[in-house]
Design a protein around this ligand. Structure first.
Ligand SMILES: CC(C)(COP(=O)(O)OP(=O)(O)OC[C@H]1O[C@@H](n2cnc3c(N)ncnc32)[C@H](O)[C@@H]1OP(=O)(O)O)[C@@H](O)C(=O)NCCC(=O)NCCS
Length: 171
């Protein structure tokens, strides 16, 4: 059974572990300097930081479950604008990550549709995100789901910049 639930403060450990593992699986090979990677993981996916992130009312975390097992998550930053995104009533899909072992289930579209519906209910009209230029699977996924390339940004991993495409979609 597939379920999607809003994360609570008590889900901080699950989210931190999901965040760390899915980041290594999907982006670990792109980060040449493994010290940069380790520092980024330790800082960004600590339980304390994740708990603070969940408590922040401008964030919405969703957890995807398969037969009660947490296999993926979304971090949506509410009220987030970008200079290349025309609407000021926009939110940012900062993360959508599914464990590698579950990618063959192709749950991404269902998870994205659910997230878009949530954002619409919260009265946002546009969703934007950034994706690493070499993350071909995710780029293909966003294009298929009607996101449009609106520019670039540099994503920092321990101070080093990685070229990202900015995608935006009216929801
Ligand atoms: C991004 C993500 C949520 C998309 O969900 P998904 O269920 O994999 O999405 P889909 O399978 O519907 O779509 C992926 C598409 O890319 C294709 N694809 C798969 N591997 C690919 C690769 N290595 N290169 C290019 N395209 C690839 C798939 O065939 C599919 O296209 P198709 O339906 O035309 O065949 C999921 O892949 C994921 O969690 N990836 C790891 C984390 C990540 O990179 N998150 C995004 C960070 S910005």
């Amino acid at each position: 059974m597939i379920e999607i639930k809003k994360a609570k403060e008590s889900d901080a450990e699950i989210l931190a572990l999901l965040g760390r593992v899915t980041y290594v699986e999907s982006h670990g090979n792109f980060i040449e300097d493994k010290t940069d990677l380790l520092k980024y993981l330790t800082k960004s996916f600590s339980v304390v930081k994740t708990r603070e992130d969940i408590k922040n009312n401008n964030n919405l975390f969703l957890i995807l479950y398969v037969d009660e097992l947490p296999v993926g998550y979304v971090k949506l930053v509410l009220k987030a604008t970008h200079e290349n995104v025309e609407s000021k009533n926009s939110c940012r899909l900062e993360r959508i990550y599914i464990l590698a072992d579950f990618l063959q289930m192709k749950l991404g579209k269902h998870f994205l549709d659910f997230t878009e519906q949530k954002a619409k209910k919260l009265q946002f009209d546009t969703m934007w995100l950034s994706v690493y230029v070499k993350n071909n699977r995710a780029i293909r996924f966003y294009e298929k789901n009607e996101f449009k390339n609106v520019g670039e940004l540099s994503f920092l991993v321990n101070g080093k910049g990685y070229d990202n495409i900015v995608f935006s979609k009216k929801i």
